[in-house]
Design a protein around this ligand. Structure first.
Ligand SMILES: Cc1ncc(C[n+]2csc(CCOP(=O)(O)OP(=O)(O)O)c2C)c(N)n1
Ligand code: SF4
Length: 350
């Protein structure tokens, strides 16, 4: 089948502060199935980056293998990209980030890519607090290899072929909070009003920002009995509240009832304004966030929104005191300071 996309854009398309129209943030034409949740998430990434006035060449897109991991081809064509090996995106992201801290690292993965083959890499990138956004497009199955149950499929859920999953699901958001992730959000591909501000906040966060986004696979896991279908998710979504992301230097204009609103100031001075619905939940308290996720689970609900944030944490570069300067901008004398300095280092270790 030949796919054709018109290059015509309306001359009156709005421009962002950098002078770009939104098409400058788009990617290649998607080859995912029509209606796949992943495409809605890709559109939300495009919108978030355009609205945030991010220079696409300041973004590095990283992924593993899967339909979800193909996604970086479908957003930000003018960015850097590396489609790695199944489950190995975290180590590639770690290497790239350590070599150049000046880029925004946006990792895209699937529930198969993260919760099975990539689990070993995932847990370590969380605990190292690597400064990146790590987004899982979670459809409860291996879409690319024709819909086998993944490790996030709920026990008792039914596949399209009728088999019932016997095993307990791995809850990636709870796991990320438990492992010390400093930003954890959960959302649904069909809710761009929630997803876009959540992505903006994740990109502004200094440290590991994890987003678990339920993203139905229309071809293999959208049947009755699946807990990752559009119908099931729409019926069981429970939000922590709504949120606005207010970039640094922008005035917060709206006013809300006191008591239902809490503002969180990000490292760069941007603000997250939360309109809380969940009364017994504090997103800056890890135990409270864990309880909120578990309480929702006990009621058979999927809690979405910002679940947890720690704005005071140190990211990996701060912890291991690496150079401020990207390695590719260093001159030879900085990269190779000479044998005397090496000798001093060796002496200090004896
Ligand atoms: C080392 C290795 N093992 C297995 C595979 C086969 N494989 C490709 S994608 C995939 C799972 C994809 O599922 P997920 O990450 O959930 O992405 P989705 O396609 O559902 O978006 C598997 C098992 C592979 N490509 N490489
Ligand atoms: S197989 Fe499923 S996950 Fe893959 S593109 Fe199609 S709908 Fe999306």
């Amino acid at each position: 089948m030949t796919y054709v996309r018109s290059t015509f854009r309306h001359p009156a398309l709005p421009k962002n502060e950098l002078g770009y129209t939104v098409d400058y943030y788009e990617g290649s034409l998607s080859t995912l199935c029509a209606g796949c949740g992943h495409d809605s998430i890709n559109a939300a990434i495009v919108a978030a980056c355009w609205e945030m006035n991010i220079e696409p060449h300041k973004v590095a897109k990283l992924s593993g293998i899967g339909c979800s991991s193909k996604s970086p081809a479908y957003f930000l064509s003018n960015s850097h990209g590396f489609n790695s090996v199944h489950g190995r995106m975290p180590s590639v992201a770690t290497g790239a980030n350590l070599a150049n801290r000046d880029l925004i690292y946006f990792g895209v993965s699937g529930d198969g890519d993260t919760a099975s083959i990539g689990m070993g890499q995932f847990v370590h990138v969380v605990r190292r607090n690597l400064n990146m956004v790590y987004l899982v497009m979670n459809n409860g199955c291996y879409g690319l290899t024709k819909g086998q149950d993944s490790a996030t499929a709920d026990a008792g859920s039914k596949s399209k072929a009728g088999s019932v999953n016997l095993f307990e699901a791995i809850d990636l958001a709870s796991l990320a909070i438990e492992l010390g992730a400093t930003f954890v959000g959960q959302s649904f591909s069909g809710d761009k009003e929630q997803l876009i501000p959540l992505m903006k906040a994740a990109m502004s966060h200094k440290g590991f920002a994890f987003l678990n986004v339920i993203s139905p696979c229309v071809t293999f896991n959208n049947n009755a009995g699946s807990t990752k279908s559009y119908d099931y998710v729409r019926e069981h979504v429970e939000s922590t509240g709504t949120m606005d992301f207010v970039p640094m230097m922008k005035e917060i204009k709206a006013s809300y009832e006191a008591g239902d609103v809490s503002d969180i100031t990000m490292h760069d001075g941007s603000e997250i304004r939360l309109h809380k619905l969940q009364k017994d939940w504090d997103p800056t308290d890890r135990r409270s966030a864990m309880n909120a996720v578990q309480n929702a689970k006990d009621k058979g609900e999927i809690l979405t929104g910002l679940l947890y944030i720690d704005e005071s944490s140190q990211e990996l570069h701060d912890m291991i005191k690496t150079s401020e300067k990207p390695l590719n901008s260093m001159i030879n004398a900085e990269l190779c300071p000479g044998s005397e300095i090496l000798e001093n280092i060796n002496r200090s270790l004896r």
